[in-house]
Design a protein around this ligand. Structure first.
Ligand SMILES: [Zn+2]
Length: 356
C-alpha cells in the first residue's frame, strides 16, 4: 500500500468509490469478509478494517470474498448492475431516481446510467416501468382484483404521473417514421361520457387515445398513424392492462376519478416531446397559453411550433393539450372538437373548486 495512505483508502470505502475498485480491497476482521471499495454493504467500523493490495493477501489473512461485491470477479460493474436491477424490482412501487441508485451503488449517476444501459439495454427508469407492467399483468392473470393489482404493481398514485414524466419512453424516430413497422399495437374501443374512444398501446405503454364517432373511424385513425404496425384487438392478445386502463380513463371522464397513472409511449420529435412533457406537468384546473408553453420549454419564439405540437398530440386527456388556450383566453383549437375541450376545462375547474 505504498501509493495511498490509509486515510484516503478509508475515505474511498466510506464513499464507496468505484474508481478505487481493483486498486485495493478491504477486509472487515470482525465478519471475516473482504470487499471492493465500492461494495454497497455498509457498517464496518474503522478499527475493524484492514486494507490489502490483492485479493490473495486478504485470503492469506483468513478472509473470504464478500457475496455482495464479489471481489474475486473481473467485472464488478456488471455484478453491481445485476444488483441494481434486483434493487429496482424490489422497490418498483417507489420513485427511484438516478441519484438514489447512485448513492445505493456507489457509482456516479452518469456511470451508473451508462453501465446499466450497456448491461440491460434500457435505462433504470425504463427497467422500472417494464417491471411494473409485468407485475401488473401477472397480478391480473392470477385473478387479483383490479385496484389491488394496480397498487401492487406500483401504479395508482396520480402524483407519480408527474414525477415520472421524464422516464417515459419515446419510440425511436426511425421506428416512428416507418409507421410503427415491427410494432405490435393492441387497441380497445369503448364508449365514454365524452363519446367513443380508442386506446392503443405498444408493449411499453399507451401510444394512442382518440375520440371519434364510431368504431370504423377510430380504427382508421389508428391505422393511418401506424400503417406498418400490426394492430390487434386487446381481446385477442395478452393485454389485460389495456382493458383496465381504458376503464380507468372512462371513470376519470365520467365520475371525475383522478386521472389514471398509465405508462405512456410517446412518439414524436424531440421538440414535440418537450411540449407534451410540459403539458403533463400542468396541474388539473389550470390553463396555459401557447406562448407560455413555448416559454416553459425554453423556446419562447416557437409559439407556432408549440401550438402544432398540441395539434398533433395523439394521446388525448393523458397528455392534456386541452389545457392550452390562446393568449386572449379564447379556446383556440382542439383536435377532438371545441365542445369537448370546453367540457374538459370546465370539469377540471369544478373538480378543483369542489375539492378546495
Ligand atoms: Zn462486499
Amino acid at each position: 500500500m505504498t501509493d495511498f495512505n490509509e486515510n484516503d483508502l478509508w475515505q474511498a470505502v466510506q464513499d464507496r468509490n468505484a474508481d478505487y475498485d481493483g486498486r485495493f480491497y478491504y477486509g472487515v476482521m470482525t465478519t471475516g469478509v473482504f470487499c471492493r471499495p465500492s461494495c454497497p454493504s455498509r457498517g464496518a467500523k474503522r478499527e475493524n478494517v484492514r486494507f490489502f493490495t490483492k485479493p490473495s493477501e486478504a485470503e492469506a489473512a483468513g478472509l473470504r470474498p464478500c457475496l455482495r461485491c464479489h471481489p474475486l470477479q473481473d467485472n464488478p460493474t456488471s455484478v453491481l448492475m445485476t444488483e441494481a436491477a434486483h434493487y429496482i424490482e424490489g422497490h418498483a412501487d417507489e420513485s427511484i431516481s438516478l441519484s438514489r441508485l447512485s448513492n445505493e451503488f456507489g457509482l456516479s449517476a452518469t456511470h451508473l446510467q451508462k453501465s446499466f444501459k450497456r448491461q440491460h439495454g434500457i435505462s433504470p427508469k425504463e427497467y422500472q416501468n417494464a417491471h411494473r407492467l409485468k407485475k401488473l399483468k401477472d397480478a391480473l392473470k392470477s385473478g387479483d382484483d383490479i385496484s389491488g393489482a394496480i397498487y401492487e404493481a406500483g401504479y395508482g398514485s396520480v402524483s407519480r404521473v408527474y414525477e415520472q414524466v421524464d422516464g417515459r419512453i419515446g419510440m425511436t424516430l426511425s421506428a416512428y417514421r416507418d409507421g410503427g413497422k415491427g410494432e405490435k399495437i393492441a387497441y380497445v374501443i369503448r364508449n365514454t361520457a365524452l363519446g367513443p374512444i380508442i386506446m392503443a398501446a405498444t408493449n411499453r405503454g399507451v401510444c394512442f387515445i382518440h375520440f371519434g364517432n364510431d368504431e370504423n373511424i377510430l380504427l382508421s385513425l389508428l391505422s393511418k398513424e401506424y400503417p406498418q404496425a400490426e394492430l390487434l384487438p386487446s381481446s385477442a392478445v395478452d393485454t389485460p392492462e389495456l382493458a383496465l386502463w381504458v376503464e380507468a380513463l372512462d371513470h376519470h371522464l365520467s365520475h371525475n376519478a383522478p386521472r389514471p397513472d398509465i405508462p405512456l409511449h410517446l412518439n414524436g420529435t424531440a421538440f414535440q416531446m418537450r411540449v407534451w412533457r410540459f403539458l403533463m406537468s400542468v396541474p388539473e384546473g389550470e390553463v396555459k397559453s401557447y406562448s407560455e408553453v413555448a416559454q416553459a420549454i425554453g423556446s419562447p419564439k416557437a409559439i407556432r411550433a408549440a401550438a402544432t405540437a398540441c395539434t398533433v398530440n395523439n394521446i388525448a386527456i393523458l397528455i392534456p393539450c386541452h389545457r392550452v388556450l390562446r393568449s386572449d383566453g379564447s379556446l383556440g383549437g382542439y383536435r377532438w372538437g371545441l365542445a369537448r375541450k370546453r367540457t374538459l376545462i370546465d370539469q377540471e375547474r369544478n373538480n378543483i373548486s369542489n375539492s378546495a
